[in-house]
Design a protein around this ligand. Sequence first.
Ligand SMILES: [Zn+2]
Length: 93
Amino acid sequence: MVKCQWCGSNTAQETNNTVYWELPDGTKAIEIRETPSIHCPECGMTYQSDELVKEIEDQLFLIDTSKLEKSMTFETLMAVPRLLKRNYFDFSK
Ligand SMILES: [Zn+2]
């Protein structure tokens, strides 16, 4: 049992849920299945924790999203290797 961040009830439960996520560049939305989520029977909300939202957004920012399937599981998404990003603040070259 976890505390619901919406209504404060202590009856929320961890669950897995399908979510739709817009890519950082806004070109498309993907379906992420089996995403760790929290469901609160008290207020009916199903949502992802802030930490998880950040984890997904970081991952989408750091991988090549053009090669992503339209639908995948959370585990598959998080297993996509991250690209080495260019350092935009390196002016020495
Ligand atoms: Zn609630």
